[in-house]
Write a protein that binds this ligand. Structure first.
Ligand code: PEP
Ligand code: MG
Length: 565
């Protein structure tokens, strides 16, 4: 048995298709005629652009979005700037100049300490290889005709490969390299295709036609399994499908406890292409649109028009269902290269999110105007991240008023009643929730950050992962205090941090009266199921009990017992 990192759950059984990429040796030579080499570059780049455009036209919505982002990179002038310089100044042959020039950009991207952005380097590498293949007239793999029940085995599945494959025929994917946030990983999770990454030399270990079984949760890979092993995995696969079917009943179900307490179960999204899943899993709304992904996905600041189109798309698709657009939450672990943010010793405590927007009013206003303009197409709300003092909320609202005035002057329509809320993700805001509740329309508790700031334990640091827990009594008290303050002041309170989808934690949140639970779309059905099996009165007792505990261990133990009972 081989083992890798499982990044998309499920059992995949099928026949292996091993995609081997030829190793291409790139020769360096000096050229005579610069114009000829520049022309070769132009022709091959244009041909890659044309192919991508044709592929995009034939693609479904989700792939279209991915290919649009890919085209944006392809059409960005800076992509081949260095290559051109190497041809013009150093008189290097085109293929070699492409290899060198683009490698420089790839390395720069890879060095960005943000997993999501650094993984875009793979797209640039893919583009580089396609241009080189064109220059050397090498045929690319034909992936359009793949047989049903195929397990793809590859060094890396690139964005352009992914767009060509009919995913319906794929039962699993194994790759040697790849990240959790690469496009293919995101698609695999959305389409519920089991996927395993980081398996060394996988293309040498599996042959075309081998029968392969993979477990996308544990990362286990069996090649030509025994009859017993196969029977075991077929049983697991059947159970998996039965569970999915059972959960399917909760699509469009109202999330109401046995004693009639009704809540909303909404989606967290990062891109408009996530809408497909929002609709598929029957979300009651969008509790969080992390707009920073619009900024991170683009080589330069998205324009007001580009942002408007994205927000409008959300509004139109969600119709009257509330969709909360969070303003840019850059900084911390989300770097955006073209903002040229200074390196800080403590980025999580630094110049980020609302602090950065209030210091860059033009950037902030472009976003606010785009959201306002889109607000007439559905039911949008605006939410400010990382508010720590009341002045920030007041200033942000003031800037919003200025944007409304600018639109009024130009007779541009927007929803004048648009709701304005804030994240509660800093302990200072949770403690002062009463004050904030008087000046906004809703709260959404961001437990991901609230936990790290309350316990002073960084959210991604594995060495202190034992400290970083939602079960810390201080975190529970801050959540309770926030929900109570919201209700006392007649506003609703949601939660968009990861804790909202945890089935052991949900009873506690129901007991506190949380109004909206926002999570990854794929967690919605399970959350709705959990909620419908609860009794609010019993959950309220659980809250009283848990508030007496002094350690996270006691809380954890009790929450486990409660859900089992
Ligand atoms: C949070 O902090 O809980 C949250 C939802 O925001 P993000 O994870 O984007 O910081
Ligand atoms: Mg946060």
């Amino acid at each position: 048995m081989l083992k890798g990192k499982g990044i998309s759950e499920g059992i995949g059984i099928g026949k292996a298709l091993v995609l081997k990429k030829e190793y291409i040796k790139i020769e360096k030579s000096k050229i005579e005629d610069i114009d000829i080499e520049l022309e070769k570059l132009k022709v091959s780049l244009n041909s890659v652009i044309k192919e991508t455009q044709e592929l995009k036209d034939k693609s479904n919505n989700e792939q279209k979005q991915i290919l649009e982002a890919y085209l944006m990179i392809l059409q960005d002038e800076t992509l081949i700037q260095k290559t051109k310089e190497l041809i013009q100044n150093e008189k290097l042959n085109c293929v070699y100049a492409v290899e060198q020039g683009m490698n420089e950009i790839i390395t720069n991207f890879r060095n960005i300490p943000d997993e999501y952005i650094s993984e875009r380097a793979n797209d640039i590498e893919d583009i580089k290889n396609r241009i080189i293949s064109k220059l050397l007239q090498i045929e690319e793999n034909d992936l359009s005709e793949i047989e049903p029940a195929t397990i793809i085995v590859t060094k890396e599945l690139t964005t352009s490969d992914t767009a060509k494959i009919n995913m319906k025929n794929i039962s699993g994917i194994i790759s040697e390299i790849g990240g959790t946030n690469s496009h293919v990983s995101i698609i695999a999770r959305n389409k519920q295709i089991p996927m395993i990454i980081r398996v060394e030399n996988i293309v040498e270990q599996i042959k075309d036609g081998d029968i392969v079984v993979i477990n996308g949760e544990t990362g286990d890979i069996h090649i030509n399994p025994s009859i017993e092993e196969m029977a075991h995995y077929q049983k697991l696969q059947k159970q998996d499908e039965e569970e999915k079917q059972e959960l399917g009943k909760f699509k469009n179900a109202i999330a109401k406890t046995k004693d009639g307490f009704q809540v909303e179960v909404s989606s967290n999204i990062g891109k408009t292409s996530d809408l497909e899943d929002v609709l598929k899993f029957g979300a009651d709304g969008i509790g969080l649109f992390r707009t920073e992904f619009l900024f991170m996905d683009s080589p330069q600041m998205p324009t007001e028009e580009e942002q408007f189109e994205s927000y409008k798309k959300i509004a139109e698709n969600m119709k009257d269902k509330l969709s909360i657009i969070r303003t840019l939450d850059a900084g911390g672990d989300k770097d955006i290269p073209y903002l040229n943010l200074e390196k800080e010793d403590n980025p999580f405590l630094g110049y980020r999110a609302i602090r950065l927007c209030l210091g860059n009013l033009e950037l902030f206003k472009i976003q606010l105007r785009a959201i306002l303009r889109a607000s007439i197409y559905g039911n949008l709300a605006i939410m400010f991240p990382m508010i720590s003092v009341i002045d920030e909320l007041r200033q942000a609202k003031q800037v919003l008023e200025e944007c409304k005035k600018e639109l009024d002057e130009k007779n541009i329509k927007y929803n004048k009643q648009i709701k304005v809320g804030m994240m509660i993700e800093i302990p200072a805001a949770a403690i002062m929730a009463e004050t904030f509740a008087k000046e906004c329309d809703f709260f959404s508790i961001g437990t991901n950050d609230l936990i790290q700031y309350t316990i002073a334990a960084e959210r991604g640091n594995t060495k202190i992962a034992n400290l970083y827990t939602k079960n810390h009594p201080a975190v529970i008290k801050l959540i309770k205090q926030t929900i109570d303050a919201a209700h006392k002041n007649g506003i609703f309170c949601g939660m968009c941090g990861e804790a909202a989808s945890n089935f052991q934690y949900i009873p506690l949140l129901i007991g506190m009266g949380l109004d909206e639970f926002s999570m990854n779309s794929s967690a919605i059905l399970q959350a709705k199921k959990t909620i419908t099996e609860l009794n609010k009165k019993e959950c309220e007792k659980l809250v009283e009990e848990v508030l007496q505990f002094s350690s996270d261990k006691e809380v954890e133990k009790r929450l486990k017992e409660f859900i089992k009972a």
